[in-house]
Design a protein around this ligand. Structure first.
Ligand code: NAP
Ligand code: MG
Length: 398
């Protein structure tokens, strides 16, 4: 039995991924590790019972203990409010956790033999880091009637006002929006990206549209450059990696031509869009991991996909589903490896490596869930159900 020192923060979740969560623990973890976790049930029923305070507690525990692993959770919408008879449309747990950790999300694809990226020259993973604060996601929007005008007013601390005309809407109605960001948040984002790149030993790319957005996007570019020069340049040199800034459209072109193997830091909207493109091109959303890194050095690992609702409804009717558990397994191995690194537990780190190798080995040997079988180029492949895959990984581990 492998022993642990500090417990992991364990955040349970919803639907099909909650089912997989239990099976992963039973089949792949508990037989080998004396698992120590501080358990928080983020399943929607329990969030309702606790008026969502459980999410806040779990996030605070992550700051305290340093490493968390999270199962996918339902973000309630109107439909879910009816389905679960909720008192309130509770906020997205990931949003709540991100806000408390003030973190940056890094999404990295898992590469397996036979599952080749749609972009033929991508041989190594591309990790997308999305700035998870501000811009379009915290904007103020309005419709302006014809004949009206929109202005940007800034009131300084001493009460001085500066006004700029955005647009005078002559003869037509129109639209306007106000976006913001803060130096503090951009600085945290930059530091999280530089640290992650050093940790991974990979180059960091960052891109914005500073030629057009001479104040807003330019600020991002300047803050990244200043923090790099003051705090990271020497370490990057020593590690043999580089920081590279370019315009967002040039970055997109270069990413497509690249062979991968770098971290791509994106502003909030770019990251939202580009991470979906990169995930799809690498094969499957079910093969994408996600890590939230706080500026204080707390890590939260999860799969990038959701609760796989459609599979869950079939599971509830007694059907066997073929749901891919790889990203959830890698969330566990990522968290265990980080815990091992912090606590100096070599055998725990070795187990995390072994489990990942076993999972990838099974896929390479042609045994996989339906989503992968549909895209695998292996000549001989066998589609298994959710549990069948976990049992095959268990056998490979033995
Ligand atoms: P989803 O759960 O990611 O699933 C969308 C579709 O992608 C599935 O129906 C399935 O396609 C395929 N898929 C995703 N993961 C898979 C896996 N592990 N194995 C096999 N196929 C997989 O997204 P959703 O249906 O839009 O969202 C469901 C719930 O998840 C929502 O309530 C949403 O709020 C929540 N969500 C949570 C998180 C999170 O906690 N991080 C992230 C996203 C969404 P087929 O049905 O065609 O097989
Ligand atoms: Mg998106």
């Amino acid at each position: 039995m492998i022993q642990m020192k500090t417990p992991l923060v364990e955040m349970d979740g919803d639907e099909m991924t909650r089912v997989l969560w239990r099976q992963i623990k039973e089949i792949l973890l508990s037989p080998y590790i004396d698992l120590k976790t501080e358990y928080y049930d983020l399943g929607l029923e329990h969030r309702e019972e606790t008026e969502d305070s459980v999410t806040v507690e779990a996030a605070r525990a992550t700051l305290r203990l340093g490493v968390a692993v999270k199962c996918a959770t339902i973000t309630p919408n109107a439909e879910r409010v009816r389905e679960y008879n909720l008192r309130e449309m509770w906020k997205s747990p990931n949003g709540t956790i991100r806000a408390i950790l003030d973190g940056t999300v890094f999404r990295a694809p898992i590469l397996a033999e036979g599952i080749s990226p749609l972009v033929a020259n991508w041989q190594k993973p591309i990790t997308v880091a999305r700035h998870a604060y501000g811009d379009l996601y915290r904007d103020v929007e309005t419709i302006v009637p014809a004949g009206g005008k929109a202005e940007l007013t800034v009131t300084a601390a001493d009460g001085t006002e500066t006004r700029q005309l955005i647009h005078a809407y002559e003869g037509t109605a129109g639209i306007a929006l106000g976006m913001h960001n803060t130096d503090k948040s951009i600085e945290s984002f930059a530091r999280a990206c530089f640290r992650y790149a050093l940790d991974a030993g990979q180059d960091l790319w960052f891109a914005a549209k500073d030629t057009i957005s001479k104040q807003y996007d330019h600020r991002f570019k300047d803050i990244f450059a200043a923090i790099y020069a003051a705090e990271f340049e020497a370490d990057f040199r020593r590690a043999g990696i580089e920081y590279f800034y370019t315009l967002i459209d040039d970055a997109v072109a270069r990413v497509m031509r690249s062979s991968g193997g770098f971290i791509w830091a994106c502003k909030n909207y770019d990251g939202d869009v580009m991470s979906d493109m990169v995930a799809t091109a690498f094969g499957s959303l079910a093969m994408m991991t996600s890590v939230l890194v706080s500026p204080t050095g707390a890590f939260e690992y999860e799969a990038a996909h959701g609760t796989v609702q459609r599979h869950y409804y079939r599971y509830l009717q007694g059907e066997k589903t073929s749901t891919n558990s790889v990203a959830t397994i890698f969330a566990w191995t990522g968290a265990l490896r980080k815990r091992a690194e912090l606590d100096g537990l070599a055998d725990l780190a070795a187990f995390a490596d072994r489990l990942e190798k076993a999972a990838l080995g099974v896929i390479g040997a042609g045994i996989m869930t339906g989503d992968l079988a549909a895209i695998s180029r292996l000549a001989h492949k066998k589609t298994v159900d959710s549990e069948g895959f976990l049992l095959a990984v268990r056998e490979a581990l033995e």
